[in-house]
Ligand binder design. Structure first.
Ligand SMILES: Nc1ncnc2c1ncn2[C@@H]1O[C@H](COP(=O)(O)OP(=O)(O)OP(=O)(O)O)[C@@H](O)[C@H]1O
Ligand SMILES: [Mg+2]
Length: 265
């Protein structure tokens, strides 16, 4: 797929091999000072996500889910270990290059949407394209399809304050996908939604994966959300319990509850 690039933004190297995972964590640690001691908030996390995979990460509050996701997005730096996105090490190069990798390869969605209140739905969705210097005219057809896929085409002229929570989250998903990233990271995207709106958002994420082939890593403490993934990874005290991973989803919610009780989390 061709991508418009601006001369101002340094372009990350092309993916080194088609077979490179879209996301790979290699023995990632994040230490923080607490009461004068260094505490590992994320401990020795290793896993890989293939193109088009939909994986979820479950863990109790404080287990390090958001910290891990920020490390994977290049928004924070590991104390040790590496994060690779489409074969590219986020730790190499300067901040400008990391920002270019983030902009071109990673979409991020948050629990609290983070839409800009003075911009319309369409302006919010196309903002990453404008920041990246891409032509809005050339992307118009694709953005129309994206708004259709997320069921928000009729809302394109509205301001965020006139949207429901579920609609705001769908707008933020469209914004995250506007640059066609191969990877979407989501931090508790249903945490601020009603149960019904949350279910709709999860179903939309599955159809995004099916139709666009985007790999998705979704962090949640909601077993129902986790059950929608092809894989469920369990984080406890900052460490992934790889041996406990569930594969072959979507799962029944009861299966996820059962595994959680086996793990004692
Ligand atoms: N900026 C920070 N400085 C110090 N400690 C932090 C910081 N951010 C997070 N922590 C600590 O790191 C641990 C993991 O936090 P994190 O926010 O990653 O957990 P989480 O699994 O996302 O929790 P939640 O489900 O409540 O969102 C917690 O003990 C938290 O107190
Ligand atoms: Mg969190």
């Amino acid at each position: 797929m061709m991508r418009a690039m601006t001369s101002a933004s340094p372009s990350p190297a092309a993916p080194s091999a088609a077979a490179a995972p879209v996301l790979e964590a290699r023995s990632v640690f994040r230490l923080r000072a607490s009461d004068g001691q260094q505490v590992a908030i994320v401990r020795d996390v290793s896993f890989a996500l293939r193109a088009g995979e939909f994986a979820t990460v479950m863990g109790p509050s404080g287990s390090g889910k958001s910290t891990l996701l920020h490390l994977l997005a290049g928004l924070d730096k590991p104390s040790a270990g590496q994060v690779l996105v489409a074969g590219d090490d986020l730790g190499s190069g300067d901040e400008e290059r990391r920002a270019a990798v983030r902009r071109q390869r990673i979409g991020f969605i948050f629990q609290f949407f983070h839409l800009l209140p003075d911009l319309t739905v369409e302006e919010n969705v196309t903002l990453p394209l404008r920041i990246g210097g891409q032509s809005l005219r050339r992307s118009a057809g694709r953005i129309d399809s994206l708004l259709d896929l997320l069921g928000i085409a009729h809302l394109r002229g509205r301001l965020p304050h006139a949207l429901s929570g579920g609609e705001m989250q769908r707008v933020s998903i469209a914004r995250a996908l506007s640059t066609q990233p191969p990877l979407l990271l989501a931090d508790e995207p249903t945490g601020n939604l009603s149960s019904k709106a949350g279910e709709e958002v999860i179903a939309l994420l599955r159809s995004v994966r099916d139709k666009l082939g985007t790999a998705i890593l979704l962090v949640t403490h909601n077993p129902r959300d986790a059950a929608a993934g092809d894989r469920v990874l369990f984080l406890h005290d900052g460490a992934l319990r790889n041996e406990s991973e569930m594969r072959g989803g979507p799962f029944g919610v009861a299966d996820v509850f059962h595994r959680l009780s086996q793990l004692g989390i």
